[in-house]
Design a protein around this ligand. Structure first.
Ligand code: PMT
Length: 400
């Protein structure tokens, strides 16, 4: 990306084993031209030394609210004013609880209360602590009050448990902050479709697929973070999205098309991430179909509307990013769909791989335009989504 706005970034490190990753985070911000200062809580210093962070950031590390030297030079109010961005990474359950109470009895708490900077938290804790209703309540409160949440990720934990609670990787934290700073899609209106559609056969049975909605929701969040007004039209999924997004829940491909069409007139970009059912039943029985005494039961199917291709035909001046899920000849089919559906870009994933694609937290894709191909290595869907959304911004160096 070009034109990165240089900012004053305050990285705050709290007590977690993930504290060692903050070294990489500070390094990434510095490498990209930002000015970085570091605050460490007392517990953070049990995991990593201030000397390390001082060497990486090039500044004395701030540790204490009542530091006579610091109060002469850069006290907590000065630091709060200096920062354009505050990133708390890792952010422990204890810090989350204290922040949600508005405590100011240590340097970190006082700075957070005093600062008008953009604030991000990257939680890191045991998976049961993360899923505890008290933590959930605290997180909900903080994220509804100007704290941008990054992660946590799912995976193996230092304590041996597996689940959500790992701090997001430094690259993901860096990209999430950067996309918010750049606001490259400011003023754009974007429609994202996500999840499966559900085509009813009778009142209790339907045709659908394995889409969880994770990729589409990640695209919507990334687009909203980069300043776009985002409408997320989603099939039935069990996910929640942030308040930044206008969510419309639908069931069938037809509903998804109708809702998309209503918004398309004033939209700039359409991102089709939904796994739309290609077929629907010709007849929907009003009563539950009884088990037949014969061995076979035929359902006649008819083609559903192709949402993205119909919209691309009606609105040729707008930008269309499609997704393509294939189990074989991925590149060939992706290129075919790019042309036949009238798209500007297509994101192709090989859904025969069980560790990416449907329902996974990860994905690995190739993006095709008529002229170019770009590979994106396996990463979390949220990090990948940020990178894909960057392709749509004015500063994108390639692909589009
Ligand atoms: O939801 P997840 O579990 O996170 O999984 C993510 C995903 C695998 C669903 C996602 O990455 C993905 O590949 N989405 C597109 C799936 C798909 O339907 O691909 P397709 O090759 O059948 O369709 C190509 C494009 O046409 C897509 O943009 C699709 O939204 C669109 N389409 C397809 C059929 C149809 N009737 N109308 C459409 O608009």
């Amino acid at each position: 990306m070009n034109n990165i706005k240089k900012s004053n970034i305050l990285v705050c490190i709290t007590g977690s084993i993930a504290a060692y990753k903050s070294v990489d985070l500070v390094r990434l911000f510095k490498k990209n031209g930002h000015e970085v200062q570091v605050v460490m809580t007392e517990s953070a210093r049990e995991f990593i030394t201030p000397l390390t962070l001082q060497a990486i950031s090039g500044h004395k590390v701030h540790q204490s609210l009542l530091d006579i030297d610091a109060e002469l030079a850069m006290g907590h109010i000065e630091l709060a004013k200096w920062a354009d961005v505050i990133v708390i990474a890792p952010c422990s359950a204890e810090t989350i609880a204290r922040l949600s109470l508005g405590r100011a009895n240590d340097l970190l708490g006082a700075i957070i209360l005093a600062s008008k900077a953009k604030k991000f938290i990257a939680p890191a804790m045991n998976t049961n602590m993360w899923s505890n209703p008290v933590t959930k309540k605290n997180i909900f409160y903080l994220s509804s009050n100007d704290m941008n949440l990054i992660g946590p990720a799912k995976g193996d934990q230092a304590c041996g448990d597996v689940g959500y609670g790992r701090m997001s990787e430094p690259e993901e934290i860096y990209e999430s902050v950067q996309v918010t700073l750049n606001q490259s899609l400011n003023g754009k209106k974007i429609i994202v479709t996500a999840g499966p559609t559900r085509e009813q056969i009778d009142p209790v049975r339907f045709i659908s697929n394995n889409s969880s909605g994770k990729m589409g929701f990640a695209m919507a969040e990334a687009a909203a973070s980069s300043g776009a007004e985002v409408f997320l039209i989603t099939g039935p999924v069990s996910l929640t999205c942030s308040d930044l997004i206008k969510r419309i829940d639908v069931k069938t491909a037809n509903d998804m098309y109708e809702e998309s069409l209503k918004l398309m007139h004033s939209a700039d970009i359409f991102i089709g991430c939904a796994a739309v059912a290609d077929f629907k039943s010709v007849e929907i029985s009003h009563q539950k179909i009884k088990k037949s005494f014969e061995n076979h039961f035929d359902i006649r199917l008819e083609k559903n509307i192709d949402i993205i291709s119909s919209l691309a035909e009606q609105f040729p001046a707008k930008t269309f990013m499609g997704f393509c899920a294939e189990t074989e000849r991925v590149e060939e089919y992706a290129k075919e769909k790019l042309i036949s559906k009238g798209l500007d870009l297509i994101v192709a994933n090989d859904v025969s791989k069980s560790d990416i694609g449907f329902d996974s937290d990860f994905n690995e894709v190739n993006v095709y335009t008529k002229e170019e191909k770009k590979y994106f290595q396996k990463s979390t869907k949220s990090l990948l989504a940020i990178k894909l959304i960057n392709l749509l911004g004015p500063d994108s160096q390639s692909i589009h």
